[in-house]
Design a protein around this ligand. Structure first.
Ligand SMILES: *[C@@H]1O[C@H](CO)[C@@H](O)[C@H](O)[C@H]1NC(C)=O
Ligand SMILES: *[C@@H]1O[C@H](CO)[C@@H](O)[C@H](O)[C@H]1NC(C)=O
Ligand SMILES: *[C@@H]1O[C@H](CO)[C@@H](O)[C@H](O)[C@H]1NC(C)=O
Ligand SMILES: *[C@@H]1O[C@H](CO)[C@@H](O)[C@H](O)[C@H]1NC(C)=O
Length: 441
């Protein structure tokens, strides 16, 4: 069947490593298939992806999930992904992997988890717990990759996250009964060390089955706020993982810190009053210290902004941290509280030297030191609560790509393509964030 073959990208990287040639940086493009269900003017499907895929080395399709009872891999949106789909002929899985005919350089992966698999998230630890459940998952995920023509799998495993201050670990939906079986007690994962070993065992097994099926690429995505020390044994994983995507966004977001609007993805820690771990450099340094291979570490940045409602006018310059009143209202197209896609932000920006004269505008404030990132805001006024936004834009994405390049890391990932300006709504230029990254790599 078509598509079941080692990908060109794998051969290329292998060769470059052997020859010790200047490294080719990976540009890992995540694509959430649900973007196909958005309104027509912003909808992103295969036709909208095609014009930019030469700029990606990897296309990561999100997200598949796990069946809690059977520990098998499953589509989270069968009506979109699978042949039964009425929206995409043959289903989106097939339609995405068929892009390989036109873009043979692309490594196309199916991602599992990614914080998109909300139902009983504790099943991710449950699956690790037993050899039986690991084998079930490994064999079914690999069958899925093979059946639909993916080049491999991305494991965006949903480990418990470190919470802001007080509580140590938690899941919003944790239930005590289940907690007992997986080793979660009082919001603390009491079997952390076992889960770390078991994750390595799972990765080894998944890689083995993928190899046998000729769709052998395996990447691991490390989600925001997961304790890397607790769960990732990089020396143990080394042989099986082709690259890692270390998500370095959402250090602060309106759900974790509703009362304080702040930079979501600062490059470095510069204030004494912030949490020392909540910046890119700290997380990158920690990961290197734990033994990740430098050239396999891809940094994942967001193409969406994080938004807070403002509480009162505390500072007319909008300089964070600002007192806030929780997540700002959902955007017209993405319909998600506390979040706006880049294309929902950029058409509304005015430079900070100009007055904000309407309720659709935001004043843009780039950071001249290139450390903290860009923010935009509109102060509260009468009935308007005002809004504060921390976001990535072409300029800041380029800075992050430069950081990757000058440190010889593995590349940069965008989460995701559909929230970059895929339609050119800002000024006609499509995918400005991705293009800015490509000027560096
Ligand atoms: C990126 O995509 C644009 C538009 O298709 C293309 O002109 C450019 O050559 C691509 N750049 C790279 C490095 O692939
Ligand atoms: C995998 O590829 C090899 C070499 O191309 C081939 O001999 C083998 O039959 C393939 N295996 C499967 C399971 O497709
Ligand atoms: C992360 O896990 C390590 C190892 O268990 C632990 O020592 C450390 O305190 C944890 N970090 C946080 C912020 O919880
Ligand atoms: C990260 O490591 C670099 C190189 O060792 C160092 O210069 C920098 O201060 C570190 N940053 C943080 C936040 O620990």
């Amino acid at each position: 069947m078509p598509g079941v073959r080692p990908s060109c990208a794998i051969l290329l990287y292998g060769l470059l490593t052997v020859l010790g040639v200047t490294q080719a940086f990976r540009t890992v493009c995540y694509y959430d298939g649900k973007a196909l269900w958005r309104k027509d003017v912003v909808k992103v499907g295969v036709d909208e992806l095609k014009p930019i895929l030469n700029n990606c080395t990897h296309l990561v399709y999100g997200y598949a999930g796990i069946d809690h009872e059977k520990f098998t891999a499953k589509s989270l949106n069968p009506k979109l992904d699978l042949p039964e789909s009425k929206d995409v002929k043959g289903g989106n899985f097939k339609s995405i992997t068929s892009l390989k005919t036109e873009f043979p350089h692309l490594t196309i992966l199916l991602s599992v988890g990614g914080d998109a698999d909300y139902e009983k998230p504790e099943k991710y630890l449950d699956t690790l717990n037993k050899p039986y459940s690991r084998t079930e998952f490994a064999s079914t995920v690999s069958e899925m990759a093979k059946a639909y023509g993916f080049d491999g799998i991305d494991l965006a495993w949903q480990f418990p996250v470190i919470t802001e201050k007080k509580e140590k670990y938690s899941w919003s939906s944790i239930v005590h009964k289940i907690a007992k079986t997986v080793g979660i007690s009082g919001n603390i994962d009491t079997k952390e060390a076992e889960h770390k070993e078991q994750f390595t065992a799972l990765v080894r097994e998944v890689k083995g089955v993928l190899n046998a099926n000729n769709c052998s690429y395996l990447s691991v995505s490390i989600l925001p706020h997961v304790n890397i020390t607790a769960y990732f044994d990089f020396p143990g994983l080394q042989k099986y993982v082709d690259h890692y995507t270390l998500m370095v966004y959402d250090f602060r977001n309106p759900f974790r810190v509703p009362n304080l609007a702040d930079h979501a993805s600062p490059s470095v820690f510069v204030y004494a009053d912030r949490v020392v771990e909540q910046n890119i450099e700290w997380r990158v340094n920690k990961t290197l210290e734990l033994g990740i291979e430098r050239n396999k570490m891809v940094l994942g940045i967001a193409t969406f902004g994080r938004t807070w409602k403002l509480d009162a006018i505390t500072d007319k310059t909008g300089t964070p941290p600002l007192k806030a009143d929780g997540p700002a209202d959902a955007g017209t197209y993405t319909k998600t509280e506390g979040l706006l896609a880049y294309y929902e932000i950029c058409p509304h920006l005015v430079e900070s030297t100009q007055a904000v004269t309407s309720l659709t505008m935001f004043s843009r404030n780039p950071d001249s030191k290139k450390i903290l990132g860009t923010y935009a805001f509109r102060l509260p006024n009468h009935n308007d609560k005002g809004i504060w936004i921390s976001f990535e834009e072409p300029e800041t994405a380029k800075q992050k790509a430069t950081y990757v390049k000058s440190n010889n890391f593995g590349g940069l990932a965008l989460l995701d393509l559909s929230m970059d300006d895929a339609r050119g709504l800002c000024n006609g230029n499509k995918y400005p964030i991705l293009k800015a990254v490509k000027t560096v790599f």
